[in-house]
Design a protein around this ligand. Structure first.
Ligand code: UDP
Length: 412
C-alpha cells in the first residue's frame, strides 16, 4: 500500500466570515451530488513545498463536504528524487541531459509505486511529474477518473524531458494546469482544467498573528526588529534566485545601511539539490551578519514563516521561473506588497503598482525595494489592495469549488 498521510480536521463553516454566504452555499450545492465519492490525492512528499501545503487543507475540506478523500505519498530513494528533481528542472526548460539510466530509474520507481497502489476510487489525482507514470504502470483498475495535476510551468520544456513525459500524461482523463500557457507543445488532453492554486487563510501560516508575537518570534533568530527587514521565503533552488536576492539587498544596503535580509527556506524531502544550493547561498552571503539564512532545521515552521511575513517591511519573491508561488499569496494576504519576478504565476498575483511590483532584473528589484522602504504610506495602500486581491481569487475555498466542478464535469 502507498503511505497514507494523516490530515487534521477542517470545517468549511469556519471560512464563512472570510468568503461569505454565497461562496459557502455554492460549494455545498456542488458537493451534494458527490457525497461519498472516493477521492485520493497522490504526490511525492508529505512535507515541504507548495503541493504538500495545499493538500494539508484541501483534503480535510473535501472530507468536510462528505467526500471520502485521502492523501497518499509515493516512495523513493535519493536516486529517484535526484532524477525527479532533474525532471522538474528539465520540464521547466533547463538545458540538462536526460540519460537512459535516469529514465530507467524513473520508470522503475513509478512501476514500484504503481504496484503498491491499492483500493477503489472514483477520482485519482496524481500531482506533478514524480508519480505521473502511475496510471500507465498500474492500469485504470482502481480508479474511475484519473486526473493529472501539473503544478509547474511546462510552457517551454526541454524537449528531451517533455517527449518522455507526454505519453504518460496524455493518458489521463483530465489534466489541471495553473495557467493555459503552461500546457507544453504537442499534447492534447481529453479534458483540460485551468486552476491556479490557493492558500488557506486559517492555517497556522496564514491566520492573523499579532505584531508583538511576530516581532518576538523573529527576534529569537537574531533579527533586530527595530531595523528594516527584507524577507524571501523559498526553498533553496536556482529558480528562486536567492543569490539574486542577496545582490539586490546589497544594492539596497548601500543606500540604507541598517537594512537586513532574511532568506527563509524549508528543506523538502524530495529535494536533495536543496542542500547544495543552501551551501552556495551561504557562501554568497559571506560574512554579512545582517543576512539571516534560516530553514526548518533551525526550527522555522509555519508559525515562524507567518511571523517573518508579518514583520517584513518588504517581501520579495525574485523567482526566475515559478509555477504559481504560494509564498506570494501568503505575503499579499498579510497585507504586504510583494516585489516579485515577472514570471509564471507571479503576475496573476502581483499587479504591478497595485499589489506590488514586477521586476525583471536585480537592479529593478533593488529599486522597488528601496521605493517601498522609503514610502511606508504606499505599503499601506498597496497592502490593502493585495489582501483583497487574494481574498477574491486565491483562498482555499475557491480551489475546493474548482475541484468539485471538475469532478462534476467528469462524472456527467
Ligand atoms: N515554506 C515553508 N517554510 C519555508 C519555506 C517555504 O513552510 O521555510 C512553504 C511556503 O510558505 C509555501 C510553500 O512552502 O507555502 C512553497 O510553495 P511555493 O508555491 O511558493 O513554491 P514551491 O516550493 O512549491 O516551488
Amino acid at each position: 500500500m502507498l503511505q497514507q498521510v494523516p490530515v487534521g480536521i477542517k470545517r468549511l463553516e469556519d471560512y464563512r466570515p472570510i468568503v461569505g454566504d454565497d461562496g459557502i452555499a455554492e460549494i455545498r450545492a456542488l458537493a451534494e451530488p458527490l457525497r461519498g465519492a472516493r477521492v485520493v490525492h497522490i504526490n511525492a512528499t508529505a512535507y515541504g513545498g507548495g503541493v504538500a501545503e495545499i493538500l494539508q487543507t484541501l483534503v480535510p475540506l473535501m472530507q468536510d463536504v462528505d467526500l471520502a478523500a485521502e492523501w497518499q505519498v509515493i516512495e523513493g530513494a535519493d536516486e529517484f528524487f535526484n532524477v525527479t528533481k532533474a525532471c522538474h528542472n528539465g520540464l521547466q526548460g533547463m538545458d540538462i541531459p536526460f540519460t537512459d539510466e535516469m529514465q530507467t530509474i524513473w520508470r522503475r520507481y513509478n512501476d514500484l509505486n504503481a504496484r503498491r497502489f491499492e483500493g477503489e476510487y472514483d477520482f485519482v489525482i496524481v500531482h506533478d511529474p514524480q508519480p505521473a507514470g502511475l496510471l500507465s504502470f498500474h492500469g485504470r483498475a482502481g480508479g474511475k477518473y484519473w486526473i493529472w495535476r501539473c503544478h509547474i510551468d511546462t510552457s517551454q520544456p526541454n524537449p528531451a524531458y517533455w517527449e518522455f513525459f507526454v505519453p504518460y500524461i496524455s493518458r489521463y482523463d483530465a489534466a489541471i494546469f495553473t495557467m493555459r500557457e503552461y500546457v507544453g507543445p504537442g499534447v492534447s488532453f481529453r479534458h483540460l482544467a485551468i486552476i491556479p492554486p490557493t492558500i488557506d487563510p486559517l492555517s497556522p501560516k496564514n491566520a492573523p498573528m499579532g505584531m508583538e508575537e511576530a516581532r518576538q518570534t523573529v527576534a529569537r533568530f537574531g533579527v533586530d526588529v527595530r531595523r528594516p527587514l527584507i524577507v524571501q521565503v523559498s526553498r533553496f533552488d536556482p529558480w528562486k534566485d536567492p543569490l539574486g536576492v542577496i545582490d539586490a539587498y546589497r544594492m539596497v544596503k548601500r543606500e540604507i545601511p541598517e537594512a537586513q535580509l532574511a532568506l527563509v527556506g524549508s528543506m523538502a524531502s524530495d529535494d536533495p539539490e536543496g542542500w547544495t544550493y543552501l551551501d552556495r547561498t551561504i557562501r554568497h552571503a559571506g560574512e554579512d551578519y545582517d543576512i539571516f539564512i534560516l530553514h526548518n532545521f533551525h526550527g522555522v515552521g509555519n508559525r515562524e514563516v507567518n511571523a517573518f511575513q508579518t514583520v517584513a517591511d518588504v517581501v520579495v519573491q525574485k523567482s526566475l521561473r515559478e509555477g504559481f508561488g504560494l509564498v506570494v499569496a501568503e505575503a499579499l494576504w498579510k497585507g504586504k506588497p510583494v516585489v516579485g519576478g515577472n514570471v509564471g504565476g507571479i503576475p496573476l498575483q502581483v499587479i504591478d503598482g497595485e499589489t506590488g511590483f514586477l521586476v525583471n532584473t536585480v537592479e529593478e528589484c533593488a529599486d522597488r525595494i528601496l521605493y517601498l522602504l522609503r514610502h511606508p504610506e504606499e505599503v499601506g495602500r498597496m497592502g490593502a489592495a493585495a489582501r483583497e486581491h487574494v481574498r477574491r481569487n486565491f483562498l482555499t475555498t475557491r480551489y475546493l469549488r474548482d475541484y468539485l466542478r471538475l469532478f462534476r464535469e467528469l462524472a456527467a
